[in-house]
Design a protein around this ligand. Structure first.
Ligand code: AMP
Ligand code: GLY
Length: 415
């Protein structure tokens, strides 16, 4: 069958790379894709990700059997609804269900109503109310913008002054909703869960992202600076509790409220003293979690999507290898950065997934904040880390930076 992937980043590079290996898939297209995907898929950079009408037209003309939507933006803008209206099968939730990522307030209200463990919160849409609240709240307090913010709409304020500053940053206009959350302490992990209505099947391999820009979790939040899987020091018991206390109840809750979620629900969780709690939900695969999880996945992703559609049992198989992925980002990211820096030295053989490069005269130059994820595989996390940093070293560029400690939490916890 013919499959169309929507998106242009490293996650979509990994999705296309994985799907093309399926015996069920004989043709793969990506809209808009990026130049690094050329060898595995037909890319259509002339069609914009936001141009829903052209995407539907394309899928009809090319008799696409399945559309797999990678990023959050087209999901929250209703691309799945438009494809479904044209009788095209789509992996990715409709606009109403995608609110679970698109609106923090929607997610918090749903969790409160159905007793799903998460940080307690207050919401304000008047700056003055927020200013009064932070004068007597507990610190640290976490401020979150209601809408999509590419991992950059969250500020942790440690004291009143930082809270005032955060309020100024996030209340760009009065009437905007900002969530004020209790600060939770603990280790974070990412659990991808296949969801079709009330049928929810969590991956039995979790991943761990590194959200802060610099080593030792310092610096600003980013979209993700590296990830690894499996996470040996987070035990099956935590995975089972997350399934029982979060994954199953949220699928039930969405269904009871009249939403039909079909796709991957990303559970961003934190292990507190009281057990796992939700930090955030996403309506799609994590980036760069997808790159490491799909590298480790032995079983057929396309078959899993078909089994999810018909609510059949899903049997994951994973390679023995551990997988570590290190993100190389443009210097300055997640703040302002320059584009156009030369990048070379990598081969497109599954060891690198590209998020922000384009080809000019047969050379790759940077075109985004996060640029390329270098993958390492090994029989444990330690050796996978060594391989990943060897892959980093092969890249030649003076436009990029990266963290040196991706996967160290696993290494330190297993000593
Ligand atoms: P989010 O975009 O909601 O995932 O938040 C980005 C990052 O901010 C998370 O990965 C956490 O590291 C941190 N964070 C968000 N909410 C909380 C919270 N309630 N307690 C502690 N850290 C948080
Ligand atoms: N890596 C975190 C995310 O995809 O939201």
């Amino acid at each position: 069958m013919k499959v169309l992937v929507i998106g242009a980043g490293g996650r979509e590079h990994a999705l296309a790379h994985k799907l093309v290996q399926s015996p069920l898939v004989n043709e793969i297209h990506v809209i808009p894709g990026n130049d690094a995907m050329e060898s595995i898929a037909t890319i259509h950079t002339d069609i914009a990700e936001a141009d829903h009408e052209s995407i539907v037209d394309f899928a009809q003309k090319h008799q696409i059997a399945w559309v797999v939507i990678g990023p959050e933006q087209p999901l929250t803008e209703g691309l799945a609804d438009k494809l479904q209206a044209a009788q095209i099968k789509v992996f990715g939730p409709n606009q109403a269900a995608a609110q679970i990522e698109g609106s923090k307030r929607f997610a918090k209200e749903l969790m409160a109503k159905y007793d799903i463990p998460t940080a307690t919160y207050r919401e304000f849409n008047r700056k003055q109310q927020a200013i009064e609240y932070v004068q007597s709240c507990e610190y640290p307090v976490v401020l979150k913008k209601d809408g999509l913010a590419a991992g950059k709409g969250v500020i942790i304020a440690n004291n009143l002054n930082e809270a005032y500053e955060a309020i100024d940053t996030l209340f760009t206009n009065d009437g905007e909703t900002v969530i004020f959350e209790q600060f939770l302490e603990g280790e974070e992990f990412s659990l991808m869960t296949f969801v079709n209505g009330e049928y929810a099947v969590p991956f039995d391999c979790i991943a761990q992202d590194h959200k802060r820009a610099f080593d030792n979790d310092k610096g600003p939040n980013t979209g993700g600076m590296g990830a690894y899987c499996p996470v040996p020091h987070i035990k099956d018991e935590i995975l089972e509790r997350t399934n029982k206390e979060i994954a199953q109840p949220i699928a039930q809750a969405l269904t009871k409220e009249g939403y039909t979620f079909f796709g991957v629900l990303y559970i961003g969780a934190i292990i507190t003293k009281e057990g796992p709690k939700v930090i955030e939900f996403n309506a799609r695969f994590g980036d760069p979690e997808a790159q490491v999880l799909l590298t480790r996945m032995e079983s057929d992703l396309m078959q899993h999507i078909l089994d999810l559609e018909s609510k059949q049992p899903i049997h994951f198989e994973w390679k023995e290898d551990a997988v570590v992925g290190v993100m190389l980002a443009s210097k300055g990211y997640p703040s302002t950065y320059e584009k156009g820096g030369n990048v070379s030295g990598f081969e497109l053989n599954g060891d690198y997934f590209v998020s922000g490069l384009k080809k000019i005269n047969q050379h790759y130059v940077t075109s985004g904040g996060r640029v390329i994820l270098a993958i390492g595989k090994g029989n444990d996390i330690r050796s996978a880390k060594v391989k990943a940093y060897e892959a980093v070293e092969r890249i030649e560029s003076d436009a990029l930076f990266y963290r040196n400690d991706i996967s160290d939490k696993a290494i330190h916890n297993n000593l």
